[in-house]
Design a protein around this ligand. Structure first.
Ligand code: UD1
Length: 355
């Protein structure tokens, strides 16, 4: 049996790593890894492969950045010949980025079965490019691996037959569980001159960073946070670019380049609070029991709010200040770890794939 895994962007490298590892237990499965090249900077890609122990990709489509249509089309036209050459039995796609939907569409049209890891998540906000990617990928997939019950409910509501849906838990948490001890040790040793107490910030959603006034207001809120708690801000290249483009000031914050996986995990685990618009970080903080304030109006990961430590603050600076005060006073919600977020999700996926 031949399986092609296809990934391309930072948030999915930690999802493919445990699945690659778990499938090694099945000698009948031959695995091929394809990197689309959607993310290509060393600190957005190579360093994740190294730290997560992912073997070098067998094929790199080297698509790079472009508009959504061009990037998606480029991935499709470069992936099609790879599929025709390797003729896999299954293509596994991950998450909700452009690489995910592009690969799923190519495979489905060639009659190759598609498995979607992290299926069923919905923000119900179609202005988010990822929501479109999620909806389409799930319609195309034959095996839908969900991280939590809300995923199953969403899929069934969209008419996906229950026999295609497998609730396996959260593969991103598999990588976290494996590397957290290393992250804690490393973070204990090298503090890199960072303060003892800090708010860890990430920001990259187009809805937050592509409009000058919105980004200016968010930076203003972060400068206010910085009066109570030092803001440590590993900035996505897109965000850095926009800050420069709109001539905004962020120099009182500890702005730095994107961090490698283990380094960032160590920083998350010790943070007083994480302020973010990322999807995966809402899940990681829930697992770690670290308070998370999400700069979005909605989330495709509602379990992090209902069960975990996540609070949606949107772009409301008053709410951000109030929630931060609660956290600093120690009266924030403590949260719990969702079912099946136990470090073994990839093993459950592998058992189903190899069946
Ligand atoms: C993509 C995903 C998003 C995910 C995010 C994590 C889609 C639609 N979006 O958004 O869901 O949360 O990755 O990072 O797939 N750039 C670099 N170096 C790189 C990659 C990107 O400098 O290695 C810059 C380029 O200017 C590029 C911009 O970042 O135009 C955006 O990259 P892109 O991959 O289009 O989207 P992300 O914002 O990273």
């Amino acid at each position: 049996m031949k399986v092609i895994h296809i990934v391309g962007a930072r948030p999915n490298f930690m999802k493919v790593a445990p699945v690659l590892q778990a499938l090694k237990a099945y000698s009948q499965v031959r695995q091929i890894l394809v990197h689309t090249g959607q993310h290509y900077d060393a600190n957005m890609s190579d360093v994740f492969f190294e730290q997560l122990g992912i073997p070098p990709a067998d094929v790199n489509l080297a698509v790079g950045s472009a508009t959504h249509a061009r990037q998606t089309a480029e991935i499709m036209s470069r992936f099609e010949p790879v599929l025709l050459e390797h003729k896999p039995d299954l293509v596994l796609v991950y998450g909700d980025v452009n690489s995910t939907v592009a690969a799923a569409l190519v495979a489905a049209k060639l009659g190759v079965r598609v498995g979607h890891v992290e299926a069923g998540l919905r923000s119900f906000d179609r202005t988010m490019p990822e929501e479109i990617n999620r909806l389409l990928t799930d319609q195309l997939a034959d095996l839908l691996f969900t991280p939590s019950e809300d995923g199953d409910i969403n899929l069934q509501r969209e008419g996906i037959p229950p026999e295609k849906i497998f609730r396996v838990g959260n593969v991103m948490i598999d990588s976290l569980v494996r590397l957290l001890p290393l992250a804690r040790r490393q973070n204990g040793h090298s503090r890199n001159g960072l303060p003892e107490r800090y708010a860890l910030v990430t920001l990259h959603r187009p809805s937050n960073v592509d409009d000058g006034t919105t980004l200016k207001n968010i930076l203003q809120s972060l400068l206010e946070v910085n009066r109570d708690l030092a803001v440590v801000f590993p900035a996505h290249p897109r965000t850095r670019l926009r800050i420069a483009e709109f001539s905004l000031r962020a120099d009182q914050l500890l702005v730095m380049d994107p961090l490698p996986y283990v380094d960032f995990l160590g920083l998350q685990s010790r943070a007083q609070v994480v302020i973010t618009d990322s999807g995966g970080i809402q899940e990681e903080t829930t697992y770690l029991g670290v308070p998370c304030l999400t700069l979005r109006e909605n989330t495709e990961r509602p379990i992090t709010v209902s069960l975990g430590t996540n609070v949606l603050v949107g772009q409301d600076s008053t709410k951000l200040r109030a929630e931060l005060a609660r956290i600093l006073a120690g009266s924030h919600k403590k949260g719990a770890i969702p079912p099946l977020w136990d470090g073994h999700a990839a093993e459950r996926i592998a058992a189903i794939v190899a069946r």
